[in-house]
Design a protein around this ligand. Structure first.
Ligand code: SAH
Length: 245
């Protein structure tokens, strides 16, 4: 695995949701560059690797993306086996493709390994079937947080008949609520807000579109959380098996 960077999804938090391929890459890694949302418990699969945190949270200033790029390149050029470990899936609001393109432009081989994205894990852990037959004809993953402040086409989303899964939405709840109401979504459309999905301290708050902001406030909803907006958010089907004994 020399002069190669593995862009690996670490899943939503539960270490048992890592893929076998992710475990294989971690086993071989010499350098592991991790984001904040990665559960450190997954590092048990790379006890001898050097761990390089490059997260953007924790009160520190962001690690600039350009710095992360250069660091990956430097390690890869040293012939090290580098794993760039990202929360969830590397390409779902994770800049995985930007990093892959940049490395490829600099002659580094890249291999991408999927991870289970937080939106899917959160819904499943709360018994919400995102595309329940006869209820939701699809699912749309969106972020409320944009680099350029451009706006989503909220009326189209409101009327799409698909379940909406919103990432990075906690700070934008008032905007999301207003935009969907203005776009024609029913005020009593069910909403589920899921914090720390798949982790032991996962919490969920059920509400509806009109009251979700107040509900989140009362619940003291904190990031990381995903919002599931749509008819299926009223479902509470049999819980996924959290652990297989
Ligand atoms: N690539 C990641 C998403 C990164 S964007 C993935 O595929 O899951 C960061 C956002 O993801 C957070 O603001 C939150 O909305 C969501 N998120 C990540 N981990 C989460 C978790 N364990 N529980 C709930 N939301 C999570």
């Amino acid at each position: 695995m020399s002069a190669k960077v593995w862009l690996v999804g670490a899943g939503p938090g539960d270490p048992e949701l890592l893929t076998l391929k992710a475990v294989k890459a971690l086993n071989q890694a010499e350098i592991v560059m991790i984001d904040d949302l990665v559960n450190p418990a997954v590092l048990e699969h790379c006890p001898d690797a050097r761990i390089v945190p490059v997260g953007k949270r924790g009160g520190c200033r962001s690690t600039p993306q350009a710095f992360i790029h250069r660091l990956m390149l430097r390690y890869a050029r040293q012939g090290k086996c580098v794993v760039r470990l990202k929360g969830g899936d590397p390409c779902i609001f994770g800049r995985g493709s930007e990093e892959a393109d940049w490395l490829a432009e600099h002659g580094i081989e890249v291999e991408m390994v999927n991870g289970i994205t937080a939106g899917l894990a959160g819904a499943t852990n709360c018994g919400i079937p995102l595309t329940l037959r006869g209820v939701a004809r699809g699912v749309t993953l969106v972020t409320a947080h944009t680099q350029d402040d451009s706006s989503l086409n909220w009326p189209a989303l409101a009327q799409s008949g698909t379940t909406l899964v919103v990432y990075m939405g906690v700070a934008k709840l008032p905007d999301i609520r207003e935009s969907l109401l203005a776009g024609g979504m029913r005020a009593d459309m069910p909403v589920a807000m899921i914090e720390n999905a798949s982790l032991p301290h996962q919490r969920e708050c059920r509400s509806n579109l009109a009251s979700m902001q107040q509900a989140a406030h009362d619940f003291q909803l904190k990031s990381p959380a995903i919002l599931v907006i749509g008819e299926v958010a009223a479902q509470q089907q049999i819980q996924a098996l959290a652990e297989i004994a």
